[in-house]
Design a protein around this ligand. Structure first.
Ligand code: SF4
Ligand code: SF4
Length: 709
């Protein structure tokens, strides 16, 4: 990864009384060190990638503290790492994107939760839920409940988040239970400050090593029969009461008073900021957290503490529960607590708010207004209605002014090496017809959108080949599975390739070997190009130096295996067509090789600016379209979809169709030329070299060309 986290690493080193400024997720990272964590692992994914990325880059400092950091190959390996805390007083933390990562980690988590922990364990979950989410919309809450692990959902305020991390470890130790902490996108990126403490060197660490296995061998620490039966009882009889005691004694949940004592709002901690904004818009709260309605903030959403729920609700006529997503686990638990205590407060929640989807400000204002209309008609909340009206009229005005806007689906970066593969597939489909395409998680999933529109299923990271297993034998045409190298190492090798070979399957697998887990921020893989090769390749177009994927596939028994340079569209199309039509049985794998352009540009940019500042000659390749030759049929755009290949008005007054044009930003990947050649398009593309700090020969040639032009 070429991105540098120098500033972030400096923040991690802050000591007692110094002020930390930054984002929520970095505050969590600092809080782990303040808590004396012994080991940290995880798998990257928004919005928590930053935690692991910064720690990996701060390896020297982690070594100094004795903290072991591991960039795991999947969430399952990260979860299993927490096994270190079962027998030893070592605090451990892992992180990943949920719900998908939690699904992958589920097996190890079940066993961990059953065995219980001695050292505190914290699982930091990037809760990718809501309008910015990119994964199946489910909640981590269900996992916490079914395994009986505790779930923190801290109020998005840096000091609170840090305190919850520190208390989370203590809670875990006090109840011998793993603790999860869900952080929504906004909580990860919320900015603020807190007074830091000095980092603690862990009790057990790479500098203070264990001298052997535990002195006392305890069978109960294995999640194995008959211990599992006792462990299940321990969960509800011992660990749950211990957790509730700790939550209560240490005030992990918060109560904010309000003058309307007959009403109350119970809110998930993560939603608190949105709730306060909505109440401000309704004229019921100020900018400093003061509010007319009493609020009970659940920084711990599982387990609830019935005594706290009852004491908050006792003198109230109506309670509103704000719980995002479905089903309404918290509301149901509160209903049970109120009923058991025979409290008659009217309970609202999903009856006034939508069941599925994010609770954004508009939804909050609308739902709160309904609640107030029923239970506090004396309060003047008319400013909320005016605000809702203004939002509505602004939307209507925008719709009138703009009309229906064209969709802008996400797409590959400019010059991405994966785009040419889909160009080749599109070209071949014209000859052999469209096949069933199993997509995977990763940048290549952008090909599901226009102009490629390829991809029929998406079932998880590294699962494309496995998900084609049922379709292939029932299809007249071979199926195609596309997978990134990140997905290949995460799950694809075993779930896909090994299973296909075991079952003597057929089909075509395309592995995008771009060198990194690009979609999550270009983290390194076991097959990433070695540093030395990247150094040598600084001034070159790409770096191809690793054969680990090919060697692994060959070792496993894949017979039909080709590695092709992605940018060579003709060769890619020919190989792909051969794979789709050959009579040879068995899995056919095309390793599509081309370095991630994002990573390449990160490496090249500082190199080029150094060259320029030193007055050295630099050459940048750029493609262009001759507007006189362009026919205006735009087949080049339909084959590429590169954002820098677009259209402009036709300069010829006698022609109406806009012509294609290449705008600034083209990185000269060469796809335009390749597509024009492979698809026999009009000869309007040209390749130009933009020379900065030209030499004598360049100047001479320029003069000569100017004379004869
Ligand atoms: S991050 Fe890399 S692989 Fe992903 S779209 Fe951009 S260039 Fe392509
Ligand atoms: S050569 Fe074409 S496809 Fe490549 S970056 Fe330039 S405009 Fe985009």
């Amino acid at each position: 990864m070429e991105r540098q986290f120098t500033e972030e690493i400096r923040s991690l080193k802050l000591g007692d009384g110094e002020i930390f400024h930054g984002e929520g997720i970095l505050a969590v990272t600092k809080a782990l060190l303040q808590s004396g964590v012994s080991y940290v692992g995880g798998y990257q994914g928004a919005p928590v990638s930053h935690l692991l990325d910064v720690m990996v880059q701060a390896r020297d400092y982690m070594d100094e503290l004795g903290v072991h950091v591991e960039a795991c190959t999947s969430e399952a390996s990260a979860a299993a790492m927490l096994g270190a805390s079962i027998n030893y007083p070592a605090r451990g933390a892992v992180t990943w994107k949920s719900i998908v990562g939690t699904n992958v980690a589920a097996d190890a988590l079940s066993y961990l939760a059953s065995a219980g922990v001695m050292g505190g364990t914290l699982i930091v979950l990037g809760e990718d839920y809501g309008e910015g989410g990119v994964v199946a919309q489910e909640r981590s809450h269900a996992f916490a409940m079914k395994s009986m692990m505790w779930l923190l959902d801290p109020r998005p305020n840096l000091a609170t988040i840090v305190e919850q991390v520190e208390k989370g470890f203590e809670l875990s130790e006090a109840s011998n239970t793993p603790v999860m902490m869900e952080l929504r996108i906004r909580a990860c990126h919320v900015r603020g400050s807190f007074v830091s403490k000095k980092n603690i060197s862990p009790v057990v660490s790479t500098r203070n090593r264990l001298d052997g296995p535990p002195k006392e061998w305890i069978y109960d620490r294995l999640a194995h029969p008959p211990a599992i039966f006792r462990q299940e009882k321990l969960k509800s009889d011992v660990r749950l009461p211990a957790a509730r005691r700790f939550i209560q004694e240490h005030n992990l949940n918060e109560r904010f008073p309000g003058s309307e004592a007959g009403l109350g709002i119970i809110v998930q901690g993560g939603l608190y900021n949105g709730l306060m904004r909505a109440l401000r818009l309704l004229g019921l709260a100020d900018d400093f957290g003061g509010c007319q309605l009493p609020i009970y903030v659940l920084n711990v959403v599982y387990p609830l503490v019935p005594e706290e729920v009852i004491s908050f609700s006792r003198s109230k006529q109506a309670i509103l529960v704000l719980e995002e997503g479905q089903p309404e686990f918290i509301e149901q638990e509160i209903a049970t607590a109120l009923r058991r205590a025979d409290l008659q407060a009217k309970l609202h929640g999903k009856d006034l708010f939508h069941m599925a989807g994010e609770y954004h400000t508009e939804a909050m204002v609308r739902g709160l207004a309904r609640f107030l209309a029923q239970h506090a008609p004396h309060l003047d909340a008319s400013s909320g209605s005016r605000w809702l009206e203004s939002v509505k009229s602004m939307k209507e005005k925008a719709a009138t002014l703009l009309g229906t806007l064209p969709q802008r689906p996400p797409t590959f970066c400019v010059g991405c090496p994966e785009r040419p593969v889909f160009s080749a597939m599109k070209l071949v489909a014209q000859d052999i017809g469209r096949p069933h395409v199993s997509m995977d998680v990763g940048c290549h999933a952008f090909a599901s959108f226009e102009p490629f529109s390829q991809g029929n299923t998406l079932l998880g990271y590294g699962m494309s080949l496995a998900s084609a297993a049922g379709v292939g034998p029932m299809s007249a045409r071979r199926t195609v599975s596309v997978m990134g190298d990140g997905g290949f190492w995460h799950n694809g090798l075993l779930s896909g390739v090994a299973s296909n070979l075991l079952n003597k399957g057929d089909g075509v697998l395309i592995i995008m070997k771009n060198g990194y887990a690009s979609a999550t921020g270009t983290q390194e893989l076991i097959s990433s190009p070695p540093d030395a090769a990247r150094e040598v390749a600084v001034g070159r177009s790409s770096v191809h130096a690793d054969r680990t994927i090919e060697d692994t596939l060959a070792g496993l028994g894949v017979k039909w295996l080709r590695t092709i340079n992605n940018y060579n569209v003709g060769a890619m199309a020919k190989t792909y067509k051969e794979a789709m039509t050959t009579g040879e049985k068995g899995l056919k794998v095309i390793v599509a090789e081309g370095e991630c352009q994002l990573e390449r540009q990160r490496r090249l940019r500082p190199f080029v600016s150094r060259q320029l500042s030193e007055g050295k000659r630099t050459v940048r390749v750029k493609y262009g379209v001759d507007e006189d030759t362009c026919t205006g049929d735009h087949s080049c755009i339909r084959l590429s979809g590169c954002p820098t290949l677009t259209v402009k008005d036709n300069p010829d007054p006698l022609r109406r169709d806009p012509v294609a044009t290449v705008i600034d930003g083209c990185v000269g990947c060469g796809l335009c030329g390749e597509n024009a050649h492979a698809a026999v398009l009009c000869p309007s593309f040209y390749r130009a070299e933009v020379i900065q700090n030209p030499g004598l020969l360049d100047k001479f040639l320029f003069k000569m060309r100017s004379v004869f032009a």
